[in-house]
Ligand binder design. Sequence first.
Ligand code: UGA
Length: 464
Amino acid sequence: MAVIALKCPHIEVAVVDISVPRINAWNSDQLPIYEPGLEDIVKQCRGKNLFFSTDVEKHVREADIVFVSVNTPTKTTGLGAGKAADLTYWESAARMIADVSASDKIVVEKSTVPVKTAEAIEKILMHNSKGIKFQILSNPEFLAEGTAIADLFNPDRVLIGGRETPEGFNAVQTLKEVYANWVPEDQIITTNLWSAELSKLAANAFLAQRISSVNAMSALCESTGADVTQVAYAVGTDSRIGPKFLNASVGFGGSCFQKDILNLVYICQCNGLPEVAEYWKQVIKINDYQKNRFVNRIVSSMFNTVSNKKVAILGFAFKKDTGDTRETPAIDVCKGLLGDKAQISIYDPQVTEEQIQRDLAMKKFDWDHPLHLQPMSPTTVKQVSVKWDAYEATKDAHAVCVLTEWDEFKSLDYQKIFDNMQKPAFIFDGRNVLNVDKLREIGFIVYSIGKPLDAWLKDMPAFV
Ligand code: UGA
């Protein structure tokens, strides 16, 4: 919305939320999320044509176009638990829009939702419309965190789905004109509603599948002595495959990939396509396998126990340049190590101690509810400490694990880190960002995903 405000000075954008602290933060100097480049844009537009408000009803009533970007968590109970999307927040947003509206509106689905949600929302709006006309559009977002602003300035494509009726086409055209202020028209794709909704799930499933494919190869590389970086490079030079998104890692995280694939799996099952469901489920299974494999590698290398050993975790966010920890592989790795009674010391340049404690205490999927509805565990995890410096976190540690590819981890003084650690000193690089040869020269025992193994690690096979 900030980018729309920047690129369309003639459009007034109001961002509304029922959370007072969140809106206050958007109106302050300390924005509630870290995203490179966002602060500048917000400061440039705020108070001119970009407003943040808790007066939801007023702004919805006045708007011509309403973008709905509410949470769509994975259901934890009831029908479809663990797979289906919980549309409670979407449904109440639709009811509120119907309630307060006094003029015709275009309602845009911006949250990623299961296919055919638009139809359900349309029904709610139509049955409560008091004669007002609503057009529903699906306009899924393809930006990635950490590069959001660049992605929005220069998107590969913008996708708009709508009803194939004259009113539907008009609504699509109206939204297209908003994006056409900065996106070339041939990059604005228009489809029917269901294609737009499904394309979003499909795009994320394909992206996640690439990571699971390369991660599956990483396991085979370790067993055979091949190097996954070399394999990925060789594979990616085929122009039909392409070089991007082939970095082996400890596993993918983030708020979207797993949730969207679970959704896709559920939709396939509901449509009587169990083989298709099973096919996509494997992408998640390999991701879970990769995280388990990483934990097992740590434990087995360290004489099959990390009980009371200090393990330093560098990076907790699900990727670099974000403070977002939703579904970060660090949660599963830390929980795995805690299960083996390790003492964990964590440093991440953007994630707070409060967030880390909440993540490690929270049940799966609970993160996707608004803060005030998240069940809070009263206990903090005592074996976990959070430091504001990598040297502090690694002091006296038996092992260091790199779980986020923050640039600053590449240029740390690893000699100094080694000197202050217990011996033998281990490094487990879950992002393949460190200079393995240099670390070995210093004296570390190094494990790097999908790379030829140290003699030490070969002697201590990890079993999943
Ligand atoms: C992802 C998609 O890339 C966006 O196109 C989409 O709009 C977004 O989900 C969404 O649905 O909202 P995001 O989750 O922000 O974006 O970040 P990604 O860059 O896709 O990374 C996801 C995870 O995959 C991270 O944990 C990252 O470290 C991991 N990853 C990525 C790898 O392990 N290897 C790679 O080669 C690339």
